[in-house]
Design a binder for this molecule. Structure first.
Ligand SMILES: [Cu+2]
Length: 405
């Protein structure tokens, strides 16, 4: 439960002139919680009820749940607190875990209301994996209880002896039937659901470029890497439909891994079918000045008919310089993050922060002010623990970034 009291704090403010400090990282221990009171804002602005997982440090659930990242060989204890009124589990889809830790209720265990569950396993194989709740599975899936797991191999290679790459681009495909989410009453056979809302990383349509309003502070999904480098597309489907990717040949896409193992012979892909539960790792290498999209088609598996397309933009990183800032995390940095006392805020484009406001995740204003500099420092020691959004508005330039106290 969130406090209903609004604290309006006159934050002490120091403007700083100087270079932004880059490179801060935020990797809390993966302690998850479950919630059944989430809202996903659709591309059309509709509020869709969702259930899901979130980081306890953040205090809100997301669809998909947080990306869980490990390194090959890690011994993992994945814990979650069930704050919701129903039982849930975490099924570790595709990982080589023992039966007791697999999250299937009949052979493993369930986590009842107000209880804490913990799954122990070794991330023995590098690759792309999924997790999802396995209680009343069809219903809990369409409500949003799933996420992606990434096991990276050390040394910047996909797997032992595999290709090197520049960075990871996780793309989780999913869908839902809006009427079911509005009235989630019972389980149903897998083939009975007719999804009518289609997502990539929880976003749809224009949200894929501009960011989602349903997940505070999250950037859009625009993928870029420097010319001559490769991006590892980490592809996984939690959809009820067939996902068909149409990949432009200029990207030189090569599939190296399927379902968490290297394929015997890597192969070129321009069209890739991903069935529910499947995962692939595909390397792409955008040419100089490449700016295009991968089409993500959703196909009804019962009628074998095309139903929807989303588009994921791929761009040569050189084109981002001087381009409009659509990736919010690139426009504003906050460090250290999390912090208990002071945070430094820096605008990458050197524009003054101008009118700034801090909101909590319920959208309540916590503090505001004006800064005639691209950098400032704020005392947040008197904020309650939790997650906040800082918004800066300078004329037509809106920037947002998230921080944790
Ligand atoms: Cu569940």
């Amino acid at each position: 439960m969130r406090s209903s009291i609004t604290f309006l704090i006159a934050a002490s403010l120091i403007c700083i002139h100087g270079a932004p400090s880059l490179g801060q990282t935020f990797s809390p221990p993966p302690l998850l919680f479950t919630g059944m009171d989430g809202i996903l804002i659709s591309d059309g602005g509709m509020e869709i009820p969702v259930w899901g997982y979130g980081l306890t440090a953040d205090g809100y659930i997301t669809v998909p749940g947080p990306l869980l990242e490990y390194e090959t060989g890690d011994d993992v204890n994945l814990a979650f607190v069930n704050n919701s009124p129903e039982s849930h589990t975490i099924h570790l889809h595709g990982l080589d875990v023992d039966q007791a830790n697999d999250g299937v209720p009949t052979t493993s265990f369930i986590v009842v209301q107000d209880d804490v569950g913990s799954y122990a396993f070794t991330a023995s194989e590098p690759g792309t994996f999924l997790y999802h709740c396995h209680v009343t599975t069809t219903l809990h899936l369409t409500m949003g209880m799933y996420g992606m797991i990434l096991v990276r191999h050390p040394g910047g290679v996909l797997f032992e002896g595999g290709p090197t790459y520049y960075s990871d681009a996780p793309l989780l495909f999913s869908d839902l039937e809006i009427a079911t989410n509005l009235a989630p009453v019972q389980s149903f056979p897998f083939h009975d659901i007719r999804p009518d809302y289609f997502m990539v990383n929880g976003r749809s349509g224009s949200q894929l470029e501009t960011g989602s309003t349903g997940t505070p502070g999250e950037p859009g999904t625009i993928l870029s890497c420097p010319n001559g480098e490769s991006l590892a597309l980490r592809l996984g489907s939690m959809a009820y439909t067939l996902t068909k990717l149409i990949i432009p040949s200029e990207l030189g896409a090569m599939c190296y891994m399927s379902d968490g193992r290297p394929v015997p012979t890597p192969f070129e892909v321009e069209e890739l079918d991903i069935y529910p539960g499947e995962r692939f790792t595909v390397l792409i290498s955008p040419d100089a000045e490449y700016d295009g999209t991968i089409e993500v088609q959703s196909w009804d598996m019962v009628n074998q008919t095309f139903v929807h397309s989303n588009f994921v933009r791929i761009r040569d990183a050189a084109l981002n310089i001087g381009a409009p800032q659509t990736q919010e995390t690139l426009s504003l940095s906050i460090s250290p993050n999390p912090s208990d006392d002071f945070i430094s805020i820096n605008s990458y484009d050197e524009r003054n922060l101008a009118d700034w406001t801090i909101f909590n995740t319920s959208g309540q204003m916590i503090a505001k002010g004006h800064c005639n500099s691209p950098s400032m420092r704020i005392d947040i020691s008197h904020f309650e623990s939790g997650s906040y959004i800082l918004e800066s508005i300078n004329g037509e330039h809106l920037k947002r970034a998230r921080f944790v106290r």
